[in-house]
Design a protein around this ligand. Structure first.
Ligand SMILES: Cc1cc2nc3c(=O)[nH]c(=O)nc-3n(C[C@H](O)[C@H](O)[C@H](O)COP(=O)(O)O)c2cc1C
Length: 315
């Protein structure tokens, strides 16, 4: 997610940390504007407006270049550097990036060790992997190389690159590793509800979780999950509480980007929200052909009015 969505979601709460979309490192030390574009939070010490740290994620395979770019990100104030060895995209994998490095644990070690050495010791260097490329046979050796390189925390999307995004996520593959490494292992993949997270905790043995698509489907997933894990009652957000966020998101996009591009992020978000809120699916059907910000604002106002009137009255 981008900085606008990070602001909304962390404003609701429940998250300890965000990670940027990946910064592709291929041939150069990138100009600082690239880092500021993907992580405007750098203007705020790398924190979202509600104070959640945002780590900058780098994707690349050249240890020296990755180290130099990580040093720039650290100098600009990134609270942490995350290294992406999980991206399944063909274009990225073809040029030796993302998940394709899982075929070469030694190179993963070299990238992690070079970045670790280039970044001040008080700045965490974390990594994100999948279980493997074609299969998960080298999973444990990849983990070992990452730990040996001095990485602070490791997130595992519990599927191979070949498995793409096809459910299920294989949380059980994390169980052995989570018991045997001395850095936090963060489980990721297919957690859409607090009870998914709770099941993942018991199957994987992990105590930390990364939520991606689920956080877009249900903006209070972080809060709801914490409540379940702490055995506390939690009143879930309802649609009338979500609708004001839609206008905020739309108008912030309109303020930050060209008006032509301001509407699509909202439409995409509505598609995610539809998994959890049937009202979002209905709204998406109504607005999917809208092309201007003004029209979209009018449709959102109408929807908010409708859902407010549909609420049971207090009397
Ligand atoms: C559209 C899209 C873009 C993504 N971009 C990134 C990325 O830049 N960096 C990253 O580490 N993971 C990225 N991911 C993967 C997610 O972080 C996560 O590992 C994956 O979606 C599984 O978790 P989930 O089931 O909670 O969504 C992306 C996923 C999607 C669907």
């Amino acid at each position: 997610m981008d900085s606008l969505m990070r602001d909304l979601i962390t404003g609701i709460g429940g998250y300890d940390r965000c990670v940027t979309e990946f910064v592709r490192v291929s041939q150069t030390v990138l100009p600082t504007r690239v880092f500021y574009r993907l992580c405007p939070e750098l203007h705020n010490r790398g924190l979202t407006p509600s104070g959640t740290p945002v780590f900058i994620q780098l994707l690349g395979s050249d240890p020296d270049l990755m180290a130099k770019n990580a040093a720039v990100a650290a100098r600009l104030g990134a609270p942490g550097i995350d290294l992406n060895f999980g991206c399944p995209a063909k274009t990225v994998n073809k040029s030796q990036g993302g998940a394709s490095l899982l075929k070469n644990p030694r190179l993963i070690y070299e990238v992690c060790a070079a970045v670790r050495a280039a970044v001040p010791t008080d700045i965490p260097v974390t990594a994100k992997i999948r279980l493997g490329f074609e299969d998960d046979q080298a999973f444990e050796s990849v983990v070992w190389e990452i730990v040996r390189a001095g990485v602070t925390e490791l997130t595992v999307h519990a599927r191979t690159r070949r498995q793409g995004y096809k459910p299920p996520a294989h949380w059980h593959r994390l169980a052995n590793v989570s018991q045997n490494i001395d850095i936090p292992l963060i489980a990721n993949g297919e957690m859409w509800s607090p009870s998914d997270v709770s099941r993942c905790a018991s199957i994987s043995g992990c105590h930390d979780f990364m939520l991606a698509r689920g956080a877009l489907c249900r903006p209070d997933l972080g809060l709801a999950t914490r409540a379940l894990l702490d055995n506390r009652y939690y009143e879930s957000m309802n649609w009338p509480q979500v609708t004001p966020l839609l206008s905020v998101f739309l108008n912030r996009n309109a303020a930050c980007y060209d008006a032509r591009y301001a509407i699509n992020p909202l439409k995409q978000w509505l598609v995610y929200l539809s998994y959890y809120f049937p009202q979002a699916a209905a709204l998406f059907a109504q607005v999917k052909r809208i092309k201007t910000v003004d029209e979209m604002n009018a449709a959102l106002r109408m929807d908010a009015h409708k859902s407010y009137s549909a609420q049971p009255s207090a009397a």
